[in-house]
Design a protein around this ligand. Structure first.
Ligand SMILES: Cc1cc2nc3c(=O)[nH]c(=O)nc-3n(C[C@H](O)[C@H](O)[C@H](O)COP(=O)(O)OP(=O)(O)OC[C@H]3O[C@@H](n4cnc5c(N)ncnc54)[C@H](O)[C@@H]3O)c2cc1C
Length: 312
């Protein structure tokens, strides 16, 4: 292994630990603690990232297929490669090798998987990376960040909290990194969060009164429908600082693109925070598919990720 790659692995693992990252059964998690204002409004100060799903690859299952070719090609031995790979790398590598029927003794073995993947990313053959998908719970992220994240359409799936269906009881806010170090900006943020929570509650109460009074604007036959109508109206006063958690699934090609765009030094600071955490969870799970990425620290102590092989 290259010394520079070892260094990157060491630095990323160190940062993962500093951010409170843990791995259970192969699933990395970076949780985000919850804070409260004096009157009890809940807010978070960093994104929480929980890997919910990752690939599992059945290489042994290829045996029946490989045995059907000329024995002289020696294809069945493909399933006996002694070097284990992360399942996500294995899946992409097998998909790529299927293209040229590279199952025989002259194929790239798992030992050289990193070089194989780098050939794909450097040549822009990113479609092979679309086979491996990862799903995350993302929380401690504001509505303004998620509005940027959902602009990424290709290769992703998104399920986001519905402000129409959930009530004020799960209302939480997100404090921007810039406010956290400055006592006055922090005080103003807490004041705003308290005010928004109180206004939401008061507006929801008033709308419900209208509802019960049979006001035409909010007429509804059923209780659930009534609540939805109240909440869909009351939510419009909520600020961009409102938390908007989601389950986010992306294939590796899409996730790489998102990390490159959003963990760039010019990206907005809150989404950069999120993209760096996503990267840390991904590289912890699969150091090969994300092995070309370099983590840097900016003068303000925040982090960026870059690669020579952008937009595979
Ligand atoms: C720093 C920064 C500033 C930004 N500022 C603004 C702004 O001021 N206003 C604004 O509206 N947006 C802004 N954006 C959002 C940006 O324009 C994109 O919408 C967003 O980054 C999604 O990226 P993407 O277009 O690559 O889409 P993705 O969905 O991530 O797609 C990945 C790639 O797939 C291909 N692709 C996807 N969909 C199509 C398609 N329909 N047709 C052809 N090819 C496709 C493209 O090659 C694309 O790059 C900003 C983004 C960043 C990072």
């Amino acid at each position: 292994m290259e010394t520079s790659q070892r260094n990157t692995e060491r630095i990323t693992q160190q940062l993962f630990g500093e951010m409170g990252g843990t791995v259970t059964d192969g699933f990395p998690v970076i949780h985000s603690p919850v804070s409260h204002t004096e009157v009890g409004t809940t807010y978070l100060r960093a994104p929480g990232v929980v890997m919910l799903a990752r690939p599992r690859t059945n290489v042994a299952g290829l045996a029946g297929f490989l045995e059907g070719f000329d024995p002289e090609l020696n294809f069945p031995d493909y399933v006996n490669d002694p070097t284990p790979l992360p399942d996500s790398t294995q899946l992409c590598k097998t998909a790529g090798q299927l293209c040229y029927a590279s199952f025989g003794p002259r194929r790239t073995t798992n030992e050289n998987a990193a070089a194989y993947i780098e050939r794909l990313t450097s040549a822009g053959h990113g479609s092979v990376l679309e086979h491996s998908n990862f799903s995350f719970l993302l929380y401690g992220i504001s509505r303004s960040v998620t509005h940027e994240l959902v602009r990424h359409r290709a290769g992703v799936g998104i399920s986001q909290i519905s402000q129409r269906y959930v009530s004020g009881s799960v209302l939480r806010f997100v404090e921007r990194p810039e406010y956290q170090e400055d006592p006055e900006l922090h005080r103003l943020f807490e004041e705003r969060a308290d005010r928004a929570a109180a206004e939401y509650e008061s507006m929801a109460g008033r709308l419900l009164e209208y509802q019960e009074g049979g006001n035409a604007m909010l007429s509804a036959d059923y209780k659930t429908d009534a609540r939805k109508k109240v909440q869909q109206t009351a939510r419009s006063l909520l600020p961009n600082e409102t938390e908007a958690p989601m389950v986010f699934t992306g294939n590796v090609r899409a996730l790489r693109h998102i990390i490159e765009m959003r963990a760039d030094a010019h990206a907005e600071s809150e989404i950069r925070n999120l993209a760096v955490r996503l990267f840390l969870c991904l590289v912890t799970t699969d150091p090969i598919l994300f092995g070309d990425y370099v983590l840097d620290t900016l003068p303000d102590g925040t982090h960026t990720i870059s690669t020579e092989h952008r937009k595979a």
